[in-house]
Design a protein around this ligand. Sequence first.
Ligand code: 5GP
Ligand code: ZN
Length: 121
Amino acid sequence: MSDGTPVPDCLFCKIIAREIPAEVVRETETTLAFRDIHPQAPTHVLVVPKAHHPNAAALALAAPDQAAAVLAEAGEVAAQEKIAESGYRLIFNTGAGAGQTVFHAHVHVLGGHGSLHGTLV
Ligand code: 5GP
Ligand code: ZN
């Protein structure tokens, strides 16, 4: 089971440590939300636990309270970005074969301007 310890060469651990800049939109004691550098929708924010876990399921197993905090923050981001009413999508890519490129748990919050109509991914 992952223990949440920061990983020196992890991109999101570096963003959390403010060693790499990011456009932070929300922060709590246990989570950070920042804009994706390559947005795939008008609103595209990543919400991460500050503790390092390799993916969402590992996070839920090791620290269920922090998994819940990430989901709650995704909802807060949607409200703040004004996409809660129009609808938004939460995506957890898990494994390289599914497109995961950063192995620090994160949820993509995607929405805005009808950008999700007729699409599954
Ligand atoms: P994944 O593909 O692992 O689900 O998502 C990783 C996301 O991190 C990608 O959407 C990618 O655009 C984003 N990303 C990669 N490098 C950076 C960076 O340096 N800053 C920010 N804000 N996002 C990044
Ligand atoms: Zn990390």
